[in-house]
Design a protein around this ligand. Structure first.
Ligand code: NAP
Length: 248
């Protein structure tokens, strides 16, 4: 594989953890597709950071929930460069509410982006990876998938679903040298968490042995490891990056 230009796709890479993942993966010899649904300026900035690290970057806008758009985007990759080595399913949203007040729409939106979005991308990516007999798929789950979290039944269910998806696809694809793993971040400082009330942040910090929130870069390094050849014998696993908040 050393002569081949490798290709990666990171969904939801306009900001936060997705951007940090794209930057951590970036190195000469790698082409990275930067996906986002609407945030073009920020996604373009991610591309510039990736290029500064010596990789090639291309914007690939699509909505992970919309299967025809996903199929179209992957058809573009299949056409040229004709391969995909690394897929990181990072796109995710929250629509928090207590179960009694949760609207059906909040449930459906979160499941659509966080779980169906990953399914759509994996199904499309696998066609290329099977032909290559090589691939790395990394799904971004969450500590709440395992712990549960009041006010996040939709989000926790979607992230727990991702773990089942990860393990099942890992079993299906192992014989083709395609590894499938999940990274489960704890509380990480991004736009997703910055609007939490101060009281909630203080309560969360009290549960974290390392007594701080993580950084997007710390999650990204775990993803970069699983995407690397050093992780060739790791599949179907959940790598927790949570400051000790959960020790499963
Ligand atoms: P973020 O700052 O809100 O970024 C999420 C990214 O996903 C954005 O770029 C967003 O695009 C994109 N996105 C949303 N819906 C999409 C869709 N339908 N199609 C394509 N892209 C879409 O979130 P983050 O904190 O970096 O989180 C990244 C991942 O880590 C998520 O899966 C999240 O659940 C997970 N996670 C985060 C934490 C945390 O503490 N932050 C903890 C555990 C797990 P736009 O910019 O266009 O909206």
């Amino acid at each position: 594989m050393s002569q081949v230009q490798r290709v990666a796709l990171v969904t939801g890479a306009a900001r936060g953890i997705g951007r940090a993942i794209a930057v951590a993966l970036a190195k000469p010899g790698l082409t990275i597709y930067i996906n986002d649904v609407a945030n073009w300026d920020e996604a373009a900035y991610t591309c510039s950071l990736v290029e500064a690290n010596g990789a090639q970057a291309h914007l690939l806008p699509f909505d992970v929930t919309h299967s025809p758009s996903v199929e179209q985007a992957f058809a573009q990759i299949a056409d040229d460069p004709g391969r995909l080595d690394i897929l990181v399913n990072n796109a995710g949203i929250t629509r928090d509410n207590l179960i009694a007040r949760m609207k059906e729409e909040q449930w459906e939106q979160v499941l659509a982006v966080n779980l169906k979005g990953a399914f759509n991308c994996i199904r499309a990516a696998v066609r290329l990876m099977l032909k290559q007999r090589y691939g790395r798929i990394i799904n971004i789950s969450s500590v709440v998938a395992v712990m549960g979290n009041a006010g996040q039944v939709n989000y926790a269910a979607s992230k727990a679903g991702l773990i089942g998806l990860t393990k099942s696809v890992a079993r299906e694809l192992a014989s083709r040298h395609i590894t499938v793993n999940a990274v489960a971040p704890g509380f990480i400082t991004t736009e997703m968490t910055e609007n939490l009330p101060e009281k909630t942040k203080a309560e969360l910090l009290a549960q974290i042995p390392l007594h701080r929130f993580g950084t997007p870069e710390e999650v990204a390094q775990a993803v970069a490891f699983l995407a690397s050849d050093h992780a060739a014998y790791i599949t179907g696993q959940v790598l927790h990056v949570n400051g000790g908040m959960l020790m499963p």
